[in-house]
Design a protein around this ligand. Structure first.
Ligand SMILES: Cc1cc2nc3c(=O)[nH]c(=O)nc-3n(C[C@H](O)[C@H](O)[C@H](O)COP(=O)(O)O)c2cc1C
Length: 302
């Protein structure tokens, strides 16, 4: 049996497969289908300071082999998570709390409340910054460094993973900015901004007009970004974007990722993550890989 365990930011995981934020709730519904303790970790839905009901519907739509969503961070708020979900989820596996703020200060406040209580914080810096008129925090390297430093200063003991937006000029520059701000790791990609139009109604499909594109079709762009970002920094990288099978996960590992997240495919196949874990085990055995960590960054470029 191949050894699937990995160490992410100093924390041991039993395997590198993690359901991605926003596609797995807090794990309870999936745990009715399989025992989620098989997972390397779970990334929670994005947590905000106050509960949010999200955007008007329709807020999720299929388009070809991708999905568009503009859910708008519907979540019960950080206090509810701490009270109702955290201890159950921690009894199952490692917990990555995904955090979203509407101001830099709010990111710091949420991190301070979570410090020492979860295994990792994942900072979602793709949210619109309401104070700056809708610009995302994750676009300009100077903003990325500032929000990272604020979060890091609020954390005494929990490793900080900064989740990068792919809607940027240079993924290497924002990756380096996160590292400069004190990130212990980075994860990417979040969704690509997109739009789908109902031609009969001549209206955008989503009530929000635009949304984030995810799913199988984004994988080659995501792999390229993980490849570039992992070469720009000396901190571990968590890769995601369009993973539907073990071979897809191996691509991200070879490109430089230490662990991977599976998002949209959880909607197509509720057993996606355990199937990918089993597939990775088979793949490693078939390819003589004794320890999966040996694949990280093992790409041989032409
Ligand atoms: C419905 C939906 C909700 C999401 N919510 C969040 C979120 O709250 N926080 C976050 O960082 N990413 C969120 N994401 C982005 C995913 O975590 C992931 O980065 C992205 O979907 C790419 O991976 P995939 O192609 O495997 O889905 C969401 C994605 C979807 C489809």
């Amino acid at each position: 049996m191949a050894d699937l365990s990995v160490t992410l930011c100093g924390v041991p995981l039993k395997n590198p497969v993690i359901p991605a934020s926003g596609t797995f709730g807090f794990g309870r519904e999936f745990n009715e289908i399989y025992d989620i303790s098989v997972l390397g970790a779970v990334a929670t839905k994005g947590l905000t300071l106050a509960p949010r009901s999200g955007n008007p519907v329709p807020r999720i739509a299929e388009s070809g082999n991708v999905v568009l969503n503009a859910v708008g961070l519907q979540n019960p708020g950080v206090e509810s998570f701490l009270k109702n979900d955290l201890s159950w989820l921690r009894s199952k596996t490692r917990v990555i709390a995904n955090v979203a703020g509407s101001t830099v200060e709010e990111y710091g406040e949420i991190c301070a409340r979570l410090d020492g209580k979860t295994d990792f914080i994942e900072l979602n810096i793709s949210c619109p910054n309401v104070k700056c008129g809708g610009m995302a925090f994750g676009v300009r390297p100077a903003d990325v460094e500032r929000v990272t430093r604020t979060a890091k200063d609020a954390l005494k003991s929990t490793p900080l993973i900064v989740k990068l937006s792919p809607n940027v000029e240079s993924i290497s520059a924002v990756a380096r900015a996160a590292e400069a701000g004190g990130a212990d790791g980075i994860s990417l990609v979040n969704t690509f901004t997109g739009m789908a139009i109902d031609v009969e109604r001549r209206r955008p499909v989503l009530a929000n007009n635009t949304g984030g594109v995810s799913g199988a079709g984004i994988k080659p762009i995501a792999v390229r970004m993980v490849y570039e970002a992992s070469r720009a920094v000396n901190i571990p990288v968590v890769g995601m974007g369009g993973i539907v099978c073990a071979e897809d996960a191996v691509e991200f590992l070879l490109a430089g990722a230490t662990a991977v997240q599976v998002g949209t495919h959880n909607f197509t196949d509720a057993l996606a993550c355990p199937k990918i874990i089993e597939g990775l085990s088979r793949w490693c055995e078939a390819h003589g890989v004794e320890k999966i960590g040996a694949l990280t960054g093992a790409l041989q470029c032409n």
